[in-house]
Design a protein around this ligand. Structure first.
Ligand code: ADP
Ligand code: NA
Length: 330
């Protein structure tokens, strides 16, 4: 049987991925290469909605790709590409924007949040319409499944509505994608504030582990992570969010179960757990950093990988766009 097709994207909006990005998203991308017909996209078109520096963006896009490869994406097993290399995204985005109601787009909660934060003068029309471009990202590939976190649910609903609307008005053109609920997504929390999620925008420098930072610095952050009152090592996200977060990270990086770890640390203190986890983390990031550097040190090779990825993506997206254009009357 044909494997379900999955589409997922990540924004090149930081100089490094953080541990939450890896354990919550990229790790699943790596796993899905073997179970899905996977399309993965570094969504640089989405990274210019809030103001940006061209040089920084270009660099972050390449660093993102290099990290994805270093973390285990294999261009022979998936289609890995950069969104701006595939012009059909913007082209279909325009068509879909013309069947989206202004009020409908205005109901997107994420826009309300982000525009409130940015203020009216810095809020662009691109930020307003970005969920429509996201719909194009998904529909171009006739994706069956889209892995979504809570904050993206509403956007996937919009995508489904737009696909259905287009199909009804202009004839069957798009597959209707479903949300793909990943079974064991680790939600990684801030090391200094373990009730909120680790996040590039909200975490303090010591609350976030960046994959490309000095591993000694990461080790230090683990060792000074906020733990909880009491001394027993228990997995209890409600009452011991700090220790539970460390256990989650530990289990994910070593592919061990929490129960197995609890048994190992039975009767031992937080200090032991932190010391061992710091070592595990350093052992994990070192080769990732080496591989990332190797990709960045060979720009020709990276360009080649991206050219092949864009070509594979366009083999699908150009076909979908041609049908959409035909059906809409172009
Ligand atoms: P951030 O929240 O730091 O801005 P993004 O929104 O760019 O990160 O997220 C990129 C991907 O990483 C998304 O799939 C998101 O669900 C995942 N992700 C981000 N932070 C975490 C976290 N703390 N734990 C688990 N997954 C996360
Ligand atoms: Na976010």
């Amino acid at each position: 049987a044909r494997r379900p097709r999955v589409l997922s994207g990540i924004q090149p909006t930081a100089d490094s991925f953080h541990l939450g990005n890896y354990l919550g998203a990229v790790r699943n991308w790596v796993a899905m290469q073997n179970t899905h017909d996977a399309f993965y996209c570094v969504v640089d078109l989405h990274a210019i909605t809030m103001g940006h520096d061209p040089k920084v963006l270009r660099n972050r896009t390449r660093v993102s790709v290099a990290q994805l490869l270093a973390l285990g994406l294999d261009p022979d097993l998936c289609t890995l590409f950069v969104q701006s290399h595939v012009p059909e995204h913007a082209q279909l985005g325009w068509v879909l924007s013309c069947i989206t109601g202004f009020g409908e787009a205005g109901r997107m909660v994420q826009f309300k949040d982000k525009s409130a934060k940015a203020g009216q003068d810095s809020t662009t029309v691109g930020l307003f319409t970005y969920p429509i471009l996201q719909a194009a990202d998904i529909l171009l590939y006739q994706a069956d499944q889209v892995p979504v976190g809570e904050d993206q649910r509403q956007h996937l609903e919009l995508t489904r509505d737009l696909a259905q609307r287009f199909n009804t008005r202009f004839g069957k053109t798009f597959n209707i994608p479903s949300a793909y609920i990943v079974k064991d997504t680790a939600k990684i929390t801030d090391l200094q504030d373990p009730t909120s999620k680790m996040s590039k925008s909200a975490s303090s420098p010591n609350g976030i582990i960046e994959l490309l930072e000095d591993p000694a610095r990461s080790a230090k952050k683990i060792k000074s992570a906020v733990t909880d009152t009491g001394r027993e090592i228990l997995f209890d996200e409600e009452n011991k969010p700090g220790v539970s977060n460390l256990l989650t990270i530990y289990a994910a990086l070593t592919k061990r179960t929490i129960d197995d770890l609890l048994e190992q640390y039975d009767g031992r203190g937080y200090g032991d757990l932190k010391k061992d986890l710091a070592e595990v983390l350093v052992e994990f990031v070192k080769p990732v950093q080496e591989r990332t550097r190797a990709y960045l040190d060979d720009p020709g090779q990276l360009d080649k990988i991206l050219a092949i990825g864009a070509e594979k993506a366009r083999a699908v997206s150009a076909d979908t766009l041609a049908r959409a254009y035909q059906n809409v009357g172009f």
